[in-house]
Design a protein around this ligand. Structure first.
Ligand SMILES: Cc1ncc(COP(=O)(O)O)c(C=O)c1O
Length: 342
C-alpha cells in the first residue's frame, strides 16, 4: 500500500487501457458538458486503475490526522454516518436514546437498525429561543445500548462531551458534530468530540469547504464501522467526491487551512466589536447568532432579507447566520454594515 498514489493523483493519471467496464462514458463522452472535469475523474474499480487501495490509504492517513482508530469518507452526508454508527453498535431490539427534536437521520437510524427509540428532551434557552446543551442529567442511560448527542446544535450550542462520555460506561456515545467540522483544526473553536466519543460524524460540506454532501465518520472504539457503512452505501462510489474529501482534509490540516480558519475567527471577532446594535450569543463564534431589541427573530431575518442577506435559521427571538471556511471578508464587512444600519 506504501507505494500507491493518493486518490487525487490517481484520478489525474491518464488511463491507457481500452476499458469495456463501467462507467460507460469512459471519461470522454460528456452528456452534460459543463461537468466535463467531473466526468474525467469519474472512474470505477478496474484492474487498470484500482482506486480502492488509494481510498484505503487516504482514509488511513485521515485517521492519523484526526488521531482516531478509524476515519471513513462519506459521500451521502452526515445522515449516512449516523445511520452507519447506529447499525454498527446495536442489535435489533436494543434501546437507543435520542433527542426528541434531533435531525431526522437519528430516528431513521434507530428504525433501520430495528431498535427501540427512547427520547430525551432538551430545555430551550429562553433568552435566545434555541435548544440548550445536552447534560448528563438529561440522559437516563439505564438499559440503553447507544445514545446520540447533537453538539454543536444548529445554532452553535456545544455540550461537554467529556463529561457525557464519563456517564456512558455501558452505552456507546455517538456525537452528531455535523456542524463542527472545523473544530479539530483550531484551538479557538470548541473542543471536537472526535477523540472522545465512540463515533463522531461531521459534515465537511456545511462549514469546512466540502462539496455537497461530503462528510466524515470517526470511530474511537473497537468496532469496524465500514461493515455497517457498506450495507447502506452504493457499490459504485463517486471517486471525484471521495478525492475531494482527501483534498479537503489535507487543506484543513495544512498551515494555510488552519490560518484561514483563524482569519475567519478574527474577522468575526472584529465584526462583533464593530457591530454595536445587536446582541451576539452562542458557544461557537462561526455561527453568528444575533438578536435585536424591539424586533423578533423573524422580523430581524426579514429586514436582513430586504438588504439581500439570507440567514440559516431563525426563531421567535433570534436568528443565526452560518459562516465557514469559504466565508469571505467582504461578505462579513457587508453584514456588519447592514446590521449597523438596521
Ligand atoms: C444537526 C444535524 N445533523 C445531521 C445533519 C445531516 O447532515 P447531512 O446533510 O450532511 O446529511 C444535519 C443537516 O442539516 C444537521 O443539521
Amino acid at each position: 500500500m506504501g507505494a500507491c498514489l493518493s486518490l487525487i493523483n490517481l484520478l489525474k493519471k491518464t488511463n491507457r487501457k481500452t476499458l469495456f467496464t463501467t462507467p460507460s462514458h469512459g471519461q470522454k463522452f460528456f452528456v452534460f458538458h459543463k461537468f466535463r472535469q467531473f466526468y474525467k475523474y469519474d472512474i470505477s474499480e478496474t484492474e487498470a486503475q484500482n482506486p480502492q487501495l488509494a481510498l484505503a490509504k487516504a482514509q488511513k492517513q485521515a485517521s492519523k490526522i484526526y488521531k482516531t482508530k478509524q476515519t471513513l469518507f462519506l459521500t451521502n452526508g452526515s445522515s449516512s454516518g449516523i445511520i452507519a454508527s447506529v447499525l454498527a453498535c446495536t442489535q435489533p431490539k436494543d434501546k437507543v436514546l435520542i433527542w426528541r427534536n434531533a435531525h431526522p437521520s437519528h430516528l431513521n437510524a434507530v428504525k433501520l437498525a430495528g431498535c427501540e427509540p427512547v427520547f430525551y428532551d432538551i430545555p430551550i434557552i429562553k433568552e435566545w429561543g434555541i435548544p440548550d446543551k445536552t447534560t448528563p442529567e438529561l440522559l437516563d442511560l439505564k438499559g440503553i445500548r447507544a445514545v446520540i448527542v447533537t453538539s454543536p446544535t444548529y445554532e452553535g450550542i456545544v455540550s461537554d462531551i467529556k463529561t457525557i462520555k464519563k456517564v456512558c460506561s455501558e452505552a456507546y456515545l455517538i456525537v452528531d458534530e455535523a456542524h463542527g467540522a472545523l473544530y479539530p483544526f483550531s484551538d479557538k473553536l470548541p473542543q471536537s468530540a472526535v477523540n472522545i466519543a465512540d463515533f463522531t460524524i461531521q459534515s465537511l460540506h456545511k462549514t469546512a469547504g466540502g462539496l455537497n454532501p461530503t462528510a466524515l465518520l470517526h470511530v474511537n472504539c473497537d468496532i469496524d464501522a465500514s461493515i455497517a457503512l457498506n450495507m447502506i452505501n452504493t457499490t459504485s462510489p463517486s471517486y471525484p467526491l471521495l478525492a475531494s474529501i482527501e483534498a479537503n482534509i489535507n487543506y484543513l490540516n495544512s498551515k494555510k487551512g488552519r490560518k484561514k480558519i483563524d482569519n475567519l475567527i478574527s474577522e468575526i471577532e472584529c465584526l462583533r466589536k464593530n457591530t454595536t446594535n445587536v446582541e451576539f450569543g452562542g458557544d461557537d463564534i462561526t455561527k453568528i447568532l444575533i438578536k435585536k431589541k424591539g424586533l423578533t427573530g423573524f422580523e430581524l431575518s426579514e429586514k436582513l432579507y430586504e438588504y439581500g442577506i439570507e440567514d440559516e435559521k431563525t426563531n421567535e427571538i433570534s436568528t443565526m447566520l452560518l459562516t465557514g471556511i469559504g466565508t469571505s471578508s467582504e461578505k462579513l464587512r457587508r453584514l456588519s454594515k447592514i446590521l449597523n444600519k438596521i
